[in-house]
Design a protein around this ligand. Structure first.
Ligand code: ADP
Ligand code: CIR
Length: 357
């Protein structure tokens, strides 16, 4: 498409966003007429445009965030929009981010958050990483996805001990295997309309795949929303084990020859501005049939900076009173602080559910 067609489409989508007066997205709140006028003609070093960043949020006006960075450079080129969205989402007044600090994993002051095993079904902690020389889905070419996949798999082959595993490309994987892995909460699919509109499923399934160890307690998603997602998970509530395993994996992969996109003030860069900084989301699947039915549930979560999702991921529903509860903020705090925020939130959720019993 040429520049004129692009600019016509940008104008049309912007009008659609402005007309959606019931939209609560951070995109609608922050993309003012002035900022739109200022940014609409700009291009990043990777050739990405404002349209690439806002298409998802304009087509899906029920978005929470509504904007994606077309590539790492978008955080500079489109900073007037993205900075405002980042401040709102992560609740920070200044864009500052500390150096990574995972804490001393030999001296953690928490273990199993639910020793009785009655409420927490499973625990998962993930981080995202981006190869620093590649763009994000809207500007990526098919060959680049394949190149990235190769580089990633080379690095994954070096993992050993508990992290040793195998890589399973999506191309050629049977539908039954995909379905089973997805139902068991291990694998991603192409069913998120927000990500689809952002270009997240371009050339699907080429270049995508999943790595896991025998026990499926350490997994890596390749070219899902982000270039890389490192995931540690297991049944039950032992946050200490899950987190410690993830920290080991991050350290191993950071010394395996891969180089990740990072920026002063923003930490590690990701496709969605809600994920940058620590990029860490620590979650439990937890049975809270009572608390989740109270009118105060959302306010309760906001008070502890935690977020509730359904059990098949973002924008899905709860099943049988089980919710995915995780830390909401990822920027402006360290990794260990994000974990502690989640831990305090989960402990408060457990105490409140017991009170209502
Ligand atoms: P993320 O961006 O962290 O990957 P999603 O909300 O898309 O988040 O969830 C991804 C997948 O991880 C989904 O299949 C979801 O069910 C699974 N998941 C998230 N948290 C847990 C947990 N604590 N236990 C088991 N599965 C989980
Ligand atoms: C939204 O705005 O609701 C979607 N674009 C998702 C936002 C945050 N989630 C994500 O990055 N997975």
């Amino acid at each position: 498409k040429n520049a004129v067609e692009d600019s016509g489409e940008a104008e049309r989508l912007f009008t659609r966003l402005r007309d959606a007066t019931d939209s609560k997205s951070l995109l609608r709140k922050n993309l003012t007429n002035n900022i739109f006028a200022q940014l609409k003609g700009l291009k990043t070093k990777f050739g990405g445009t404002l349209l690439d960043c806002i298409r998802s949020g304009c087509e899906n006006t029920d978005s929470g965030v509504g904007v994606y960075a077309c590539d790492p450079d978008a955080y500079t080129t489109f900073a007037p929009l993205l900075d405002a969205v980042i401040r709102d989402y992560h609740k920070v007044s200044e864009l500052k981010h500390p150096n990574p600090d995972f804490g001393d994993v030999d001296k953690l002051d928490f273990g199993n958050l639910d020793p009785s095993g009655e409420m927490i079904v499973s625990t998962r902690v993930r981080v995202g990483r981006s190869h620093d020389s590649y763009g994000f889905p809207p500007v990526l070419k098919k060959e680049e996805r394949v190149e990235m996949e190769q580089k990633t798999v080379e690095a994954l082959k070096k993992l050993d001990g508990e992290l040793k595993g195998s890589y399973h490309p999506l191309t050629g994987m049977s539908k039954e295997t995909q379905k089973q892995l997805t139902e068991d909460h291990f694998l991603f699919n192409d069913s998120d309309r927000f990500l689809r509109a952002a270009g997240g499923y371009n050339d699907w399934p080429t270049g995508r795949g999943i790595y896991f160890n025998d026990k499926k307690t350490f997994l890596v998603w390749v070219n899902e929303e982000d270039h890389l997602r490192f995931i540690s998970m297991q049944m039950g509530g032992d946050l200490r084990e899950v987190y410690t395993r993830l920290v080991k994996a991050i350290r191993a992969l950071e010394s395996s020859g891969l180089s990740f996109a990072k920026r002063d003030g923003l930490g590690y860069l990701t496709f969605c501005p809600s994920n940058l900084g620590t990029t860490l989301r620590a979650s439990v699947h937890i049975k809270i049939p009572k608390l989740s039915q109270t009118p105060e549930f959302k306010a309760f979560c906001d008070k502890y900076n935690i977020q509730a999702r359904g059990i098949h991921g973002e924008h899905t529903e709860s099943v049988g009173g089980v919710y995915d509860i995780s830390n909401k903020r990822r920027l402006g705090l360290t990794e260990i602080e994000a974990i502690q925020e989640m831990r305090r939130g989960v402990e408060a959720v457990i105490a409140e559910e017991k009170k209502l019993a």
